[in-house]
Design a protein around this ligand. Structure first.
Ligand SMILES: [Fe+2]
Length: 195
């Protein structure tokens, strides 16, 4: 089964231009295309009857980059739909963030500073077994992912995510713009779905 690019209905976002978002969605669509291309090529090589094990292994090595690139961008764009909505105090997510970090605003302050040099992602993960959150830095799209832990937020720190609107030294303003644009109803539902 092939993956299909999702369509995101995005409102006007303060601090993220339409041009910036259109470019970024185009890149996301490229990841979806390459996931399909990689899996198709692996299948074709496997069916030839000849030994293409080394070539298939190389393609498989690329899959983590492309597949995570696809899924992380979906996590990124989805909570921009519907426009900014606050996290309500009666949600399970609010309660759990408050328990671990003291308050929602204290958590937000910490998350906004999760950053590192180089391309990658800042994730808010949750471990339902230990009932605790993790802030994860994922280099590229795949290095540093915590196995099995769902991501509630995926904040793209690649320069392509902001370079039309901000210089690299203004990245903190991009992070603020993204966090202020979030529809927390979407993220609260993600948390509820973890169980
Ligand atoms: Fe991106």
């Amino acid at each position: 089964m092939e993956y299909t690019s999702r369509t995101f209905t995005l409102p006007k976002i303060v601090g993220l231009s339409e041009k910036q978002l259109a470019l970024h969605i185009g890149l996301y669509e490229g990841y979806v295309k390459h996931v399909n291309l990689l899996t198709s090529q692996m299948n074709k090589l496997a069916q030839t009857g000849e030994d293409f094990g080394y070539a298939i292994a190389e393609l498989r090595r690329r899959l983590g980059f492309e597949w995570n690139g696809m899924r992380l961008h979906e996590l990124y764009f989805e909570p921009l739909e519907g426009g900014p909505k606050p996290l309500h105090a009666d949600t399970a997510l609010y309660t759990h963030l408050k328990t671990q970090y003291g308050s929602f605003s204290q958590w937000l302050d910490i998350f906004a500073k999760v950053t590192a040099r180089g391309p990658g992602w800042a994730l808010l993960n949750y471990d339902p077994q230990a009932q605790r959150f993790f802030h994860t830095w994922v280099a590229d799209h795949e290095i540093g992912q915590l196995a099995t832990l769902p991501a509630l937020i995926a904040l793209d720190h690649w320069e392509h995510a902001y370079l039309i609107d901000y210089t690299p030294s203004e990245k903190a303003a991009y992070v603020t713009a993204y966090l202020e644009a979030l529809n927390w109803d979407v993220i609260a539902k993600r948390f509820d779905a973890i169980g």
